[in-house]
Ligand binder design. Sequence first.
Ligand code: B12
Length: 214
Amino acid sequence: MQELTKTQSLFVQALMHFDIGRCRELLVGQHTVGDCSTHPEEIVVPALENIGQSWECGHISLSQVYMSSRVCERVMEKILSRVSTKQESSARLAIGVIEDYHALGKRMVISSLIAAGYKPIDLGHGLKADELVEGVLRENADILLISCLMFASAVRVKDVVEGLKRAGSRIPVVVGGAPFRLDPLLWKEVGAHAMGKNSAEAVKIIRELDGRQP
Ligand code: B12
């Protein structure tokens, strides 16, 4: 199991007690207002990974995993900025979670994009490949971001890329989520344009594609 820092361990303990106040306390000190840095993510992502591993080993139940993620959602919702502090961009970004229901990563990416001056269109989660293609065409998106946490859903990105091509769209598809972090070549295999490991990288990639300076 991955070794955690002291703060990450305290955060795991607080999550196991569903102690929202303590979780917030541990994260707030890490966050700088107006900055799209990933400090809270550096605690939340490894902590939830650790909790996922405990579930895999049979040490905790799925309902504990579920409750931990709900607590993280509540706390992050309050911490992450929803107000753009930077110059706004007119690029139309669409974002969705393919097939699976792990939506916390998408939320974090959305918050960072908003803080960086974008107005991402949230297509939702649990989406089939053709639903993502439909969403892109309906919203006339310039860039599609896809989040996923399961290998079975990651390989479906290929269907989205092919579906977009069939529909005559050549927009870049940017992917992110655990399967792409674990297999560094997977994003290329599924035909994505780029892959980001966290929400700061998501912003960096989008800025490059959008031709904007940091
Ligand atoms: C919380 C959680 C749940 C919650 C989800 C609640 C929710 N609303 O999100 C619940 C309890 C519902 C759940 C259910 C299940 N889960 Co689950 N879950 C997790 C857990 C513990 C944490 C995930 C998480 O929220 N992480 C925190 C977020 C913030 O991290 P993130 O998504 O990676 O996002 C970051 C980056 O990846 C990046 N990013 C994310 N998206 C994007 C997109 C772009 C474009 C970019 C650039 C970057 C980017 O930025 C984010 C911030 O840094 C993981 C463990 C793990 N290792 O991740 C297992 C895990 C993903 N789950 C797993 C499984 C198996 C399941 C279930 C099938 C269990 C079951 N038997 O029912 C179901 C499936 C549900 C479904 N169909 O989707 C497995 C997947 C294994 C695999 N190989 O595919 C994992 C890995 C656990 C394990 N160790 O086995 N789960």
